[in-house]
Design a protein around this ligand. Structure first.
Ligand code: F6R
Length: 266
């Protein structure tokens, strides 16, 4: 695991966008795994900005979402399908057929889950997966005690996640109780992972993921097994780390680097 610490949330977005953009420039038809939620929005908007200024072509990508709520009507504005249409398909100039989301409004959810796995495999697998992290250490909607080798499936959301995500809805009771999510085993098959976290409320989960034991009680800790993962954190999200893992300057800051920062795996 590489850990890069930059001063602010804006720096997280820029740094992570640089990583993702470099990969896209080298391989414009790559398969990108896209998290939803607030953490990656800055990355998506920065990539869209580069597309608008003409320095980055995004229309050849294929994107796969991590998860979708069960129980929202198709087209619901809080669905992840709607989020990806707003933040990715339209601003990136991507045909909607190139942005895949688990089909969580189908009656046969187990079949939908299996077919999603097949779709990812048929696309050649995920080249780069963008992740956020929940305050309880979840990635995707793999909540604590998920199997570390789980596959795409129906899962229940914890009370903590529903409370955290109430800000996107009218209130906690409106947050769905179930989802279709890629499993931890599915996520681990991505060739490269970029996890971003901002703010003090993520600090405990980040510390458990990076420095804790690999354990189902912190699902993100399974990334310790992934050979090519970089965490891009602002100082607040990194504030629970104790082991001084990040020592190299942050490229491009021109001041010799911040207090901490290590070059990510290329
Ligand atoms: C989103 C997802 C979740 C979020 C996590 C953090 O597709 O799968 O794991 O990344 O809940 O959410 P935010 O970024 O809103 O704090």
């Amino acid at each position: 695991m590489d850990v890069v610490v930059v001063p602010t949330a804006v720096d997280v977005a820029t740094y992570a966008a640089d990583l993702v953009a470099a990969r896209i420039a080298a391989e414009p038809g790559m398969v990108l795994g896209v998290a939803t939620g607030s953490s990656p929005v800055g990355i998506y908007r920065e990539l869209a900005r580069r597309r608008t200024e003409g320095t980055l072509e995004l229309s050849h990508l294929t994107c796969f979402a991590l998860d979708e709520y069960v129980g929202l009507a198709p087209g619901h504005p809080r669905s992840y399908a709607a989020y990806l249409d707003r933040e990715i398909a339209r601003p990136w100039g991507l045909a909607s057929s190139r942005v895949r989301v688990p089909e969580a409004s189908r009656p046969d959810l187990e079949v939908a889950a299996a077919e999603y796995e097949q779709e990812i495999a048929a696309a050649g697998g995920i080249d780069l997966q963008i992740l956020g992290i929940g305050t309880n250490g979840h990635i995707g909607f793999n909540e604590p005690i998920s199997s570390l080798s789980s596959r795409t499936r129906v899962a229940a959301l914890t009370a903590q996640t529903r409370t955290d995500n109430a800000r996107f809805f009218d209130g906690p009771d409106d947050v769905p109780t179930r989802c279709l999510t890629q499993g931890l085993g599915t996520i681990l098959e991505a060739r490269q992972v970029v996890l971003v976290a901002q703010g003090e409320r993520k600090a405990a989960a980040v510390a458990a993921a990076v420095e804790g034991p690999v354990a189902a009680r912190c699902p993100a800790s399974v990334l310790q097994f992934h050979p090519r993962t970089v965490l891009v954190l602002d100082e607040a999200a990194a504030s629970g780390l104790t082991s001084g893992t990040c020592l190299r300057p942050v490229p491009g800051r021109g001041d010799g680097g911040g207090p901490r920062g290590s070059a990510p795996a290329s």
